[in-house]
Design a protein around this ligand. Sequence first.
Ligand code: NAD
Length: 300
Amino acid sequence: MTILKDKVAIITGAGRGIGKETALFLAKQGVKILVNDLGANPDGSGEDKIADEVVSEITNLGGKALANYDSVDSFEGGQNIFNSALSEFGAVDILINNAGILRDKTLFNMEESDWDIIMAVHLKGHFNCTKPFVCYIRETNRLNCRVINMSSVSGLIGNFGQTNYGAAKAGIAGFSRSLSMEMAKYKCTVNTISPGAATRLTIDLMKAAGRDVDENDWKQGPQQIAPVIAWLSSDEANEITNQIFHISQGNVGIMQQPAVIKSFKSDTVWDLEKLNRVMPDLIDAKKIHDEEVEKKGEPI
Ligand SMILES: NC(=O)c1ccc[n+]([C@@H]2O[C@H](COP(=O)([O-])OP(=O)(O)OC[C@H]3O[C@@H](n4cnc5c(N)ncnc54)[C@H](O)[C@@H]3O)[C@@H](O)[C@H]2O)c1
C-alpha cells in the first residue's frame, strides 16, 4: 500500500502546471505541502502570488499547505524555501525541484542573459533548494527522504533551439546521479522525471508542431505526471533511486542511462588507421542498440 500520509513536501514552481497538479495530488494523500512559486512569466520575468490560490485549493480540500514566493534562482531563496517548510511543519521529507522557465533561441541568437537565467532557475535552482535539505537530512539523520528532480527530453535527447535549457536539464540528470550516491547512506532516494505535458510552457510549442492540444485530457495534461511523482515519494519506492522516468501521452516509462555499449582495446596508442577500422563498428553497434531500445520502449 502506498503510504504518504503526514509526510511533508516542498514543491517548487507549484503555482501552475506539473507542480500544481502534484501539490493537489499529494495533498489528497495527506501530505503537507510547501507551495513555492515566484509567479513568473514563462520567460522568468515578473512575479505574482499565485501560490496562494493553490494553498486555498488545498485548504478547501481539508489539506495543509503554506505558500512561499521566493525565487529558486538564489542561494538565499533556496534556504528560505526550506526554512519556511521546516518552521511551519516541523520536518521535511520530500523535495520536488520543479520550477522552470524557457528562453528558447538558437545559439546564433542567444544572449548571455538567456543562458544565465536558464542556468540560474533550472540547474542552480536545483542546487539552491537541495543543499539545505540534504544538510538537514545529515544533521538530523532523517531516513527515507526523497529528492525528485525535473529534467527534460531536451537535455536527455536534444531539442532544436534549446542549447541553454538542454544543457541545464542534462546537468540536472547528472546532478541527480551523483547525489543519489551521496544520499544512499541516508536511504534518501534521488530520481529524475522527464515529463511531457501540455502546460503554458509547452502548449504553443505543441501547437507549432501541428498537434491538437487539450490540457484537460489526462493523457496530455500535467495531471498524468503527479501520480508518478507521488508513487516515487511513497514508501513503495524505498529502493528506487538514480532512475529517470519518462511520462508522456499517458505512458509511464523508464529511460536508459549513459553506458558504454561496445568497445575495443589496443596494445599501443590509437593511430588514425586503427580508428578508421574500429569506428564504423562502434557506429553500427550504436545504431543496432538504438533500434533495439526504440522497440523495447514501445508502450505495452
Ligand atoms: N510541460 C512539459 O512538457 C515539460 C517537459 C519537460 C520538462 N518540463 C519541466 O517541468 C517543470 C514544470 O514545468 P511546467 O510545464 O509545469 O511549467 P509551468 O510554467 O506551468 O510551471 C512552472 C512554474 O514555475 C514557476 N517558476 C518559474 N521560475 C521560478 C523561480 N525562479 N522560482 C520559483 N518558481 C518559479 C512559474 O511561476 C510556474 O508557475 C519545469 O522544470 C519544466 O522545465 C516540463
